[in-house]
Design a protein around this ligand. Structure first.
Ligand code: SAH
Length: 231
């Protein structure tokens, strides 16, 4: 068996595990199943290519893993659930805040026309940019910046996903969401306990929010912090 085939089997087992967990948590999340498109994206993106080499054997465990600079690649179940909650369409343009390894951006890129992703730590942004180009995910653009401001240049977005915990929903992100769009974001002042929130904007521009699941994310750094990679 080649190493690649080995990973294919592990990936398939993980996708099944995630699908079961989504089914088992539906009463909490309101999300009964993963759509075939999301399942396909999970099957197509090689998570092992987004984790540090020494952690590759752990790539297909359903857990977050360290990626350096005191940051993590999210738990695969959480990536799948957040992606599903966005209800993406092939022509959508999506904004991600917190590029990290680039894994979530790669999953999104399989489902939409364009992904704009903003990362605060320049070293991670560069690494993700290089990795995504090398793996041929051409419809992801990585920017270095503070995600509290969103990325006005390409706004408004059909969907916005934030993969670090904010103390409250940043107004700029709400403003950059299209009517009919969805925003998924972990919110909580306590860094070890947050609620994943789904914010929907209807066609009249009115907002509806619901709490989906308790989660643990690294914090969304506040404006004014120095973007140098220090913990
Ligand atoms: N989506 C990532 C997981 C990222 S972890 C993946 O798939 O690997 C959260 C990321 O958010 C970290 O890389 C962190 O540096 C970044 N981050 C933290 N605060 C930020 C901010 N204010 N603006 C943009 N990115 C931020």
């Amino acid at each position: 068996m080649t190493p690649l085939q080995h990973h294919d089997q592990e990936r398939e087992a993980l996708v099944r595990e995630i699908a079961e967990e989504v089914h088992d948590t539906q009463y909490l999340t309101g999300c009964k199943t993963l759509s075939p498109r999301v399942l396909r994206a999970l099957r197509e993106v090689p998570r092992e290519a987004f984790v540090p080499e020494e952690l590759r054997p752990c790539s297909y465990l359903n857990i977050p893993l360290p990626i350096g600079h005191a940051q993590t690649i999210s738990q695969p179940y959480v990536v799948a659930l957040m992606t599903e909650l966005l209800a993406l369409e092939p022509d959508d343009v999506v904004l991600e805040i917190g590029t990290g390894s680039g894994y979530q951006a790669a999953i999104l890129s399989r489902l939409v026309k364009q992904v704009e992703s903003v990362e605060f730590i320049d070293a991670l942004a560069r690494q993700a940019k290089e990795r995504l180009a090398g793996l041929n995910f051409p419809n992801v653009t990585v920017h270095t910046g503070d995600g509290h401001a969103g990325w006005p240049e390409h706004a408004p977005y059909d969907a916005i996903i934030v993969t670090a915990a904010a103390s409250q929903v940043p107004q700029a992100l709400v403003d950059q969401l299209k009517p009919g769009g969805r925003l998924v974001i972990p919110v909580g002042a306590d860094h070890w306990r947050q609620g994943l929130r789904l914010v929907s904007k209807n066609l009249a521009g009115q907002l509806h929010e619901r709490e989906v699941l308790p989660v643990v994310f690294v914090p969304l750094r506040d404006t004014g912090a120095v973007p140098d990679g220090s913990p």
